[in-house]
Design a protein around this ligand. Structure first.
Ligand code: MF3
Ligand code: CO
Ligand code: CO
Length: 272
């Protein structure tokens, strides 16, 4: 099946992306010491279902039991919300939101610093966000997936961090995870050619120690093998005629350094 979305698909994905981003803004004031990850799940679930009228995509996805992923400290991704996990001062947490609106998926995540964090934790969260932004900056028609991975890997390793190999970004649309696989490491000029109308995520997982992972017995929670910290940021994007459009941008983000769609782009995409 083609990875190029139609104009109607793109219009729907813009809406799904905005809704997913809105959930991160909704939950931000609640991410404080003392709250449990189960409470964060309940708050997000009710906001998605009752206010946004969307379906939380993780719930029952391949058996995942909750509506959001909450990954604290050495948890790399797919952390399951639980009443036992109480956030404490100094924790870092990734909250990953995926909504389904009119059948279309919107997927995004960010890190939250809980209270006062260590210099290392703050640096890891900052550098991993910079990795995402450098990956986004590599997106344009004619570039290749390896250019994205290379940009991310170069920045992570220049800061003596490592890039998780076992999980990657993905194409997305009516299906949660579809082709292509978007690796967060790689060589420039290699991999699939990017074309206008492709929609995929970039979601680098960056570790303070080695990149090795371990899957916990719950078959979901992925942790660092060395138990050192991990951080992740995720955006969902559209390849435009001139560059990239970030479909899950939040108001707090300044992405003006990225090439943005022009009115010509809108016209061209309408013809797809
Ligand atoms: N949102 C995650 C991603 O970025 C996937 C979560 S799958 C779940 O691809 F089942 F754990 F929710
Ligand atoms: Co994703
Ligand atoms: Co996600």
């Amino acid at each position: 099946m083609s990875m190029i979305k139609t104009a109607d698909d793109i219009a729907s994905m813009r809406i799904a992306g905005r809704l997913a981003a809105d959930v991160l803004d909704f939950i931000a004031p609640f991410v404080k010491p003392g709250i449990t990850t189960l409470e964060l799940d309940r708050l997000c679930h009710n906001y998605m279902v009752d206010v946004q009228k969307v379906i939380p995509a993780p719930l029952n996805y391949r058996g995942f039991p909750k509506s959001i992923c909450t990954s604290v400290n050495h948890v790399i991704c797919h952390g399951i919300p639980t009443e036992k996990k109480v956030l404490k001062n100094g924790d870092i947490i990734n909250i990953d939101i995926t909504v389904i609106k009119d059948g279309y998926h919107g997927d995004t995540s960010k890190m939250f610093l809980v209270g006062e964090c260590s210099v290392l934790a703050e640096k890891l969260c900052r550098v991993s966000q910079e990795c995402l932004y450098l990956g986004l900056a590599a997106v344009r028609p004619g570039a290749r997936l390896g250019d994205i991975g290379h940009a991310i890997q170069t920045h992570a390793e220049a800061n003596r961090f490592s890039v998780v190999r076992d999980y990657c970004g993905h194409g997305i649309g009516l299906v949660f995870h579809e082709d292509p696989q978007v690796l967060h490491y790689g060589k420039p000029g290699t991999g699939m050619l990017l074309e206008p109308g492709m929609i995929f995520t970039i979601e680098p997982m960056i570790n303070a120690g080695t990149y090795h992972t371990r899957l916990l017995p719950d078959q979901w929670t992925v942790v660092t093998r060395d138990h050192k910290l991990s951080a992740q940021w995720e955006h969902m994007l559209l390849v435009t005629d001139t560059g990239v459009e970030v479909l899950t941008q939040r108001p707090e983000e300044d992405l003006s350094h990225l090439s943005t769609p022009t009115s010509d782009t809108q016209v061209a995409l309408t013809r797809v």
